[in-house]
Design a binder for this molecule. Sequence first.
Ligand code: ADP
Ligand code: GLC
Length: 482
Amino acid sequence: MKNILFVASEAVPFIKTGGLADVVGSLPKCFNKEEFDVRVILPKYLSMPWHFTERLEFLAYFYMDIGYQSKYVGVFKLVHDGITFYFIDNEGYFGGPKPYGDLKYDLEKFAYFSRAALSVLPVIGFKPDIVHCHDWQTAMVPIYMKDSFRGGEFYQNMKSILTIHNLKFQGVWDIETIQGITGLSDYYFTIDKLKVKEDANLLKGGIAYADYVTTVSETYAEEIKTPFYGEGLDGLMRARSNSLCGIVNGIDYNEYNPETDDKIDFKYNAINFRKEKFKNKTALQQQLGLEVNKDKFMIGIVSRLTDQKGIDLVAYIMDEMCSRDDIQLVVLGTGDAKFENMFRYFDWKYSNRVAACIYYSEEMSHKVYASCDAFLMPSLFEPCGLSQLMALRYGTIPIVRETGGLKDTVVPYNQFESTGTGFSFTNYNAHEMLGTIDFAKYVYYNKKREWNKLVDRAMAADFSWNKSAERYANLYNWMLSW
Ligand code: ADP
Ligand code: GLC
């Protein structure tokens, strides 16, 4: 049996702010249980739903030295869906209303979490062969493993993987502060290690020290070696290219299944969607006060409303797109105030065509995936993207920009060969996007059979975890053969 430990700052169903939580919550379930014992360690956030918190089993507590301080570490356990989850308890750090807040404090909190995640292992009696970390919040783990934990017999031969879900967020602050928080010596703060310009960069350190680095799609793994996508770390990504690969994300096919989904009004499948799927659309039109018309071309967006997601492109053509009476747009998202207010404004201006749902709701997200005809995701960059996979699963045709995981998962429609699962455009240009939306709209209204065949192919595409979990398993096995 090989032991794998996931260390992450969020995981469904306990706490979620984005796709990272979906991955960390669903991937561990997809390994062969005879071969791998995959466990997950998370912070015990006070903001976690009470029905989970009340079921946690207390295991132990101790005090841990970090920087110049000695900090309380509690550890709890919960077995959920066959996977063992551990939770690090320190209410001083994890007591706030949401997982992330002020960056400086987050740096301290996740340096603490990373060190605690390693320190508890002998206490709980779980000895991983591989520690698999995710994003900057846990990028300190590979550094600590090569630093203060290296001498301990318990930690001998333990290997580390760092998966980059988003290179944009790196955990950067001035060296003095980071040194105080982490307790790392001067040795680590040189340009080949954590230092970037005059600052310290936790993700950079993690990438430099992890035994292997992955990211969440093959295209993004290539893109981040270039200055445009590299967020200042493209040189390091190139330097580590022999220990870097992209493995595309999957989604939980039980959680996202139009045939069994209790969050949607009318269930359907790949055979009966022609007769059933539109019932979700009319129900949502009614609920959101849009014109109720089963034939209207309805586009959905479920997204963080930030620059990453291409929302400025949407803003640029909103008036032009929505002034025509042949389109409806449903937006579910939160983020930058300028984008939230932009959608609120168009909801007011085109009240029977545009619905702006500026909040976070799992249930509403499933309704949007199920109800719309098309799903718009014109990202500036996209490490993988899960929303387009969810849309495909619900037979809702993605319209995407060809970048990162969007490029790897959406096959552009070819009208001559009748192939493809979606529509895509290349340049980050609002009118190139609008032209693509117009083409999709044309196919929807004028070539209904072709549209339905697109839906057939979208629903037949397989983005369950099967293949990608196998790639991770192969990676683990290969690393354990070193
Ligand atoms: P990212 O992690 O960059 O935000 P992904 O596409 O990988 O993008 O994952 C986004 C996840 O967050 C999906 O599960 C999506 O359904 C969900 N999501 C985003 N915004 C909302 C929202 N307002 N309400 C509910 N779910 C949302
Ligand atoms: C990040 C990325 C997104 C990816 C998700 C899960 O949030 O922005 O593209 O799908 O992580 O890996």
